[in-house]
Write a protein that binds this ligand. Sequence first.
Ligand SMILES: Nc1ncnc2[nH]cnc12
Ligand SMILES: [Zn+2]
Length: 330
Amino acid sequence: MPLPKAELHLHIEGTLEPELAFALAARNGVTLPYADTEELRKAYLFDDLQSFLNLYYELMAVLRTEQDFADLADAYLVRAAAQGVRHAEIFFDPQAHIARGVAMGTVVEGLSGALARSEETHGISTQLIMCFLRDESAESAMATLEAAKPYLDRIVGIGLDSAEVGHPPVKFRAVYEAAAALGLRRVAHAGEEGPPAYITEALDVLGVERVDHGLRCMEDADLVERLVRDRVPLTLCPLSNVRLRAVDVLEDHPLPAMMDAGLLCTVNSDDPAYFGGYVGDTFHAVREALGLDQERLRELARNSFEASFLEHDEERRARYIAEVEAYEFA
Ligand SMILES: Nc1ncnc2[nH]cnc12
Ligand SMILES: [Zn+2]
């Protein structure tokens, strides 16, 4: 039995495996510019975040109907369950779909339909987090929040993703204020490729409760001290950092130094279909490459539940953490 864990940084569109992409393309009469899954997999060599995002957005063309989004979520949940995920807070990128003529309702009904069955079918509790694309305008983000209003019973919070550098958090001040007034939880990608100042700005201006990635905080000692003091969780994605060249090799990842510094670190898969592994694979890889011992792995699992948005169900959080504490490593 794998170590129980929560996954807090997972883009559902980033779970689109080549086989499912081709199946959905056939179902929807979409032609992909790749001969087969093998040729598509060969395109998974990235220089940086933007080179990945280009392919990530291109492949979304196959997602058209509610059923497509439900099938995508179900495929993720099957894999996540097999890797010990007990709770998942799942990002989606509505602007990338609306721009292609797919309505907000199609996306949310499809995803939330699959998630509603998840606890019973896969033993995984779930939440949805709607991300704004930071390389789109602030007005577009606000219009997206407006379009989501009929579905807010199924959306726990908002996030900020896509191309980071040149799109600082402050650009989205107004939409984060509006979301906070609606009672939505707030997270944002910051310090993945962007500077530590973006992390500080996400905390100060957007009021984020968790930082997605946050990798580059290590360049600013005052910021590290603040993150430690305030117990701000970081949703790290080590395999993503290697594939997108934020770190050269996994052996150089600062995760152990970040844990030693007292940061509340979690380990996540980001876009597992593209980056070589789901979250259980990620735990395995960091254990091997970074020599994390069992207590460090247990700490990461415990942190994942502590950092999750389970305030409405503390009894459940306590149950999950008890499972982590009782876990016996093979
Ligand atoms: N790692 C990442 N960073 C920013 N935007 C993303 N969208 C999907 N994955 C992302
Ligand atoms: Zn991400």
